[in-house]
Design a protein around this ligand. Structure first.
Ligand SMILES: Nc1ncnc2c1ncn2[C@@H]1O[C@H](COP(=O)(O)OP(=O)(O)OP(=O)(O)O)[C@@H](O)[C@H]1O
Ligand SMILES: [Mg+2]
Length: 457
């Protein structure tokens, strides 16, 4: 008897909260207009709509090599917007988020790190035609033999798998190693599977729909009986990034097909990825694209805190944006006029970016929130964290949101929840919030104390 229990994933997910857990997408309607409270996003309508247009451009592949700057005060949702863009794009489009300071490493040149991340953000969809055996399993019999090493145990010498398609059936005699992967995929009679002829990899496609009425399992995906012969050529689609290919080729080993290259991804990296190697990979990639085997999927490279980049990185960025295969670059900065890192004359530049880069950017601004919006955001967070908050407490939190910052207001929420729980209440009250204010300073008060007294807080 198979044990079936319901997966209560909602509970599990709600209890694990990070800063942006409540953000679920941009929340736009079918005309690209921002819905009032949708996808966890509150207010910031213009910026959300602008990001929605960006998502469309990316999907229609009209935006490669362009760059967008999200500019606005701290805590106005720039990082949240970038996250929402990645959610809207879905899992098939690469999204590579980095922070400006990540580029500075003692071992690797910063431009090289930048290049690596550029290539992480460019996907390649490869269609390969492979020789496979595909069909519905009608027989699955492991054949045992005496253990050749002696002893009492028996080993499996081979396994007989019968596969059926609309056109016919075939019995295959397979190696015991394939039987292991059949067991791992939990394949049983009635499943539709395919076996790759040259690697022996087994993949379960789903359950044959002839069995659809027998058990009514929601988790099961029913597929029709495959057409054509059992032994045939099948098109298999894989998504990789250019960086994956670089890494795989830095230590070439095993077969030349994509799967065996992918198999090397998890092994430790020893060989450096050189420019020469990258251009070799590029050559092969463009050959595949010309042949129609592969398709380029430009993704998004998100560089948060872009003012942390220095002038060398900026010039490199300019050039990289102009190369023939470039992702969409989304930058974020919370600075106004500030000096550019790495320049001696301390010239001030807008957002900490040089003018020639600013010239190439589309700038999206994020605006500060009003009290009503802050209240809604706090409310959303509260329900995510499983807290119920009294109206009074909500008001005083939102006042903090206006006077101090949205972040401070959001951060008070969790400790206030703990205080109310300790006091045995089910609702967070204004007293809890006030007690938290005393216990946890905000940035302004701490600065004020520091300025007035010399020394420590
Ligand atoms: N419009 C919004 N709707 C819901 N939540 C929001 C919204 N804007 C910001 N938040 C939340 O507020 C917090 C601060 O936002 P975020 O980190 O995106 O700000 P930021 O603009 O990146 O700030 P910084 O410039 O300091 O990096 C996050 O927890 C974020 O999820
Ligand atoms: Mg941020």
């Amino acid at each position: 008897m198979v044990q079936i229990s319901e997966v209560k994933d909602v509970q599990g997910r709600e209890s694990r909260t990070a800063a942006h857990t409540h953000i679920k997408g941009l929340g736009l309607d079918e005309h690209g207009i921002a819905k009032k409270v949708e996808g966890g996003f509150v207010g910031q309508a213009d910026a959300r709509e602008a990001c929605g247009i960006t998502v469309d451009l990316i999907k229609y592949k009209k935006m490669s090599g362009k760059a967008i700057l999200l500019a606005g005060a701290p805590g106005t949702g720039k990082t949240a917007l970038a996250l929402a863009i990645s959610q809207e794009l879905g899992p098939k489009v690469p999204f590579c988020p980095i922070v400006g300071s990540e580029l500075f490493s003692a071992e690797i040149k910063k431009t090289s790190v930048l290049m690596e991340n550029f290539r992480r953000a460019i996907g390649l969809r490869i269609k390969e035609t492979k020789e496979v055996y595909e069909g519905e399993v009608i027989e699955l019999t492991p054949e045992e033999a005496e253990n050749p090493l002696g002893g009492y145990g028996k080993t499996i010498s081979h396994v007989i798998v019968g596969l059926k398609t609309a056109k016919g059936t075939k019995n295959l005699r397979l190696d015991p190693s394939i039987y292991e992967s059949i067991q791992k995929e939990r394949i049983s009679v009635g499943d539709v599977i395919y076996i790759e002829a040259n690697t022996g990899a087994v993949k379960r496609v789903g359950r044959s729909d002839a069995y659809a009425t027998e058990f009514d399992l929601e988790a099961e995906e029913y597929v029709p009986l495959p057409k054509g012969e059992v032994h045939k050529k099948k098109e298999i689609v894989q998504d990789v990034t250019l960086h994956d290919l670089d890494v795989a080729n830095a230590r070439p080993q095993g077969g030349q097909d994509v799967l065996s290259m992918m198999g090397q991804l998890l092994k430790p990296r020893k060989t450096e990825i050189t420019d020469k190697l990258r251009s070799e990979v590029n050559k092969v990639v463009s050959k595949y694209i010309d042949q129609g085997v592969a398709e380029l999927v430009p993704g998004v490279l998100f560089i948060d805190e872009v003012n942390m980049l220095d002038i060398e990185c900026f010039t490199y960025l300019n050039r990289a944006l102009e190369s023939s295969i470039a992702p969409i670059v989304v930058l974020a900065s919370n600075r106004g006029m500030t000096s550019i890192r790495g320049t001696d004359d301390e010239t001030k530049a807008p957002h900490g970016c040089p003018r020639d880069l600013i010239d190439r950017l589309l700038i999206v601004k994020t605006l500060p929130y009003n009290q009503e919006e802050i209240k809604t955001i706090i409310n959303k967070r509260a329900s995510l964290e499983g807290l119920s908050v009294s109206q009074e407490a909500l008001d005083s939190l939102s006042v903090h949101g206006i006077n101090v910052s949205l972040r401070y207001a959001l951060q008070l929420l969790a400790p206030a929840g703990i205080l109310s729980k300790t006091a045995g209440r089910t609702e967070v009250t204004n007293e809890d919030v006030q007690e938290c204010e005393v216990l946890f300073l905000d940035s302004r008060r701490s600065i004020k104390i520091l300025e007035e007294s010399k020394g420590y807080l």
